[in-house]
Design a protein around this ligand. Structure first.
Ligand code: NAD
Length: 287
């Protein structure tokens, strides 16, 4: 499953819609990114998000603060971005330096500008099946699966990982009755596995679709995969051999019916779905 190609396809769709919207409303959607400290990986992620903005006709602002920034200073910046009428989406790049209360900062973002869908109000709306914004990585996974012809409805999906960013929201999207791609891309029977799950290999072997979001290189081995299953690898692990996912790609790709590579799988979709949400935020705030 070629995440790069699918991401390009969706960006072209968003760009066309943004162009029409801007022409009709006179509003250019705008994403403000906040980066605290000098984590090199975070700088790369933020740069990629700005490039994606340019490609789809979304304006972007970069607010780079030193690692010495206090929580109060950061909250004050968020307050001004919450008020700014020309800013539609606010992105706080994680991780924040130690000493800053990440949840307090994320909770301070105006839920109508919360394009990462991390705010408790937005998480609540997703869990009730009436989302305002969809979490970027899980929504990207759903887009890949549907655009590759994988039907989820009635299938058994096993998600490995229970984080608030990937595993948990992924389970909410896949158990929902409908999706941005229609009911066939949701309505799955979902099992969430985590570090205390017993008989993990056995549970994974019962999956029609495995979604790995663990953060351990080569965690999902060929013995854990049913022949013909679909495997989505969300993991990004830096090793001596470069970036690898959570799945032993060489072996698992021999028996899976479809599989995402790392890099070039889920990663590009995460950024693209952030563009999708920023555009939605601009429509929401202008309506
Ligand atoms: P996390 O560390 O918050 O969560 C990892 C999860 O894996 C935890 O819920 C934990 O219970 C589970 N886990 C750990 N060890 C386990 C074990 N032995 N057996 C079963 N489960 C186990 O990580 P995260 O934020 O969800 O990210 C997971 C991976 O996905 C990371 O590699 C991260 O870099 C990557 N990621 C990629 C994207 C993307 O755009 N492709 C986006 C977000 C995260």
């Amino acid at each position: 499953m070629d995440g790069k190609a699918i991401s390009k396809e969706i960006q072209a769709e968003i760009a066309a819609e943004v162009a029409t919207f801007t022409k009709q409303s006179g509003i250019t959607p705008c994403l403000a990114a906040v980066l605290v400290g000098d984590d090199p990986a975070s700088e790369v992620y933020v740069r990629n998000k700005h490039r994606a903005c340019e490609r789809v006709g979304i304006a972007s602002q970069m607010h780079k603060l030193p690692a010495s920034t206090t929580e109060e200073e950061l909250l004050s910046l968020i307050d001004s971005l919450n008020q700014a009428s020309d800013v539609h989406g606010i992105l706080i790049q994680l991780p924040l330096p130690s000493g800053i209360d990440t949840l307090r900062v994320l909770d301070a973002v105006n839920p109508r500008k919360d394009v990462d869908a991390f705010h408790p109000e937005n998480v609540g709306l997703i869990s009730q099946g009436r989302p305002r914004f969809l979490p970027c990585t899980p929504h990207g996974v759903q887009q890949i699966l549907d655009r590759c012809g994988v039907e989820l409805s009635g299938k058994h999906a096993v998600i490995v990982g229970r984080s608030d960013i990937v595993g948990k929201p992924m389970s909410m999207l896949l158990t929902a009755k409908d999706s941005t791609r229609g009911p066939q891309a949701a309505n799955a029977t979902v099992t969430i596995c985590h570090s205390r799950t017993r008989n993990l290999a056995e549970v994974c072997r019962s999956a029609d679709v495995i979604i790995a979001a663990v953060g351990i290189a080569n965690f999902v081995t060929v013995e854990m995969v049913k022949p013909g299953a679909v495997v989505v690898d969300v993991g990004i692990n830096r090793t001596d051999e470069g970036l690898v996912g959570d799945v032993d790609f060489a072996a698992v790709s021999q028996i899976a019916s479809q599989i995402t590579p790392v890099p070039g799988g889920v990663g590009p979709l995460t950024v693209t779905m952030l563009m999708y949400n920023t555009f939605d935020a601009a429509k929401l705030l202008s309506s």
